[in-house]
Ligand binder design. Structure first.
Ligand SMILES: CC(C)(COP(=O)(O)OP(=O)(O)OC[C@H]1O[C@@H](n2cnc3c(N)ncnc32)[C@H](O)[C@@H]1OP(=O)(O)O)[C@@H](O)C(=O)NCCC(=O)NCCS
Length: 176
């Protein structure tokens, strides 16, 4: 199973290949990133890593043994103990439980390493895969929304219990 790694500078070529290879596949479920994303990929990658350094976001990639990237799971807009979760998995690795296990791992990191107490997520109503992933990882519906012009659902996950468990296991103390 690919390993979940925090995004680093050297992930750039494999991440670009992942986004290019799956561009049309992803665009069927979520808005296309646009040509500018691909044209300016390296600068954007550097900017995202600089943003990650500030603690405003936490990016993760799923890396195979040969360095190939099979997915990504991101936490963005970190503030007040919460953040927005996003994820995408390569077409060729679909329905192998990758999204479910990676989201579970990122929830644990969010609670134990990043000091968060809740996460937010959202998906469109016509994305059963994403809804299944959220339901399987402890997210609960928090209301209907419009997402990119389509009917969607907002979700939340309370990390308090996970945080307490992670703290008990590691013996860590939290300042907040
Ligand atoms: C949604 C997505 C992340 C799921 O990734 P995944 O690794 O295939 O998910 P999992 O293998 O953990 O699947 C969990 C469950 O979701 C459901 N599921 C997954 N893909 C599905 C699909 N296309 N249609 C219906 N159900 C689906 C299944 O119940 C699956 O369990 P199963 O394998 O026992 O049937 C992936 O399809 C993806 O990246 N899609 C494009 C981008 C996207 O939609 N991102 C989410 C934006 S909110």
């Amino acid at each position: 199973m690919p390993e979940l790694q925090r995004l680093r500078p050297d992930h750039a070529p494999a991440l670009l290949a992942f986004e290019q290879e799956n561009r049309a596949y992803f665009a069927a479920s979520v808005p296309d990133r646009g040509d500018a994303y691909f044209d300016g990929f390296e600068a954007r990658h550097a900017a995202l890593l600089a943003e990650q350094e500030t603690g405003a976001c936490h990016f993760h990639v799923l890396v195979g043994g040969d360095g190939e990237i099979f997915g990504r799971v991101n936490l963005v807009d970190v503030a007040d103990g919460s953040a927005d979760l996003g994820y995408r998995i390569a077409r060729k690795a679909a329905r192998q439980g990758l999204a479910t296990s990676a989201v579970e791992k990122v929830c644990l990191l969010a609670a134990s390493e990043y000091g968060l107490t809740s996460l937010r997520a959202s998906t469109t109503q016509d994305n059963p895969g994403s809804q299944a992933v959220l339901a399987r990882t402890g997210f609960v519906p928090a209301g209907d929304i419009e997402l990119d012009g389509r009917p969607g659902v907002a979700y939340t996950r309370d990390l308090t219990a996970l945080r307490a468990r992670a703290g008990a296991v590691s013996g860590r103390r939290y300042s907040a």
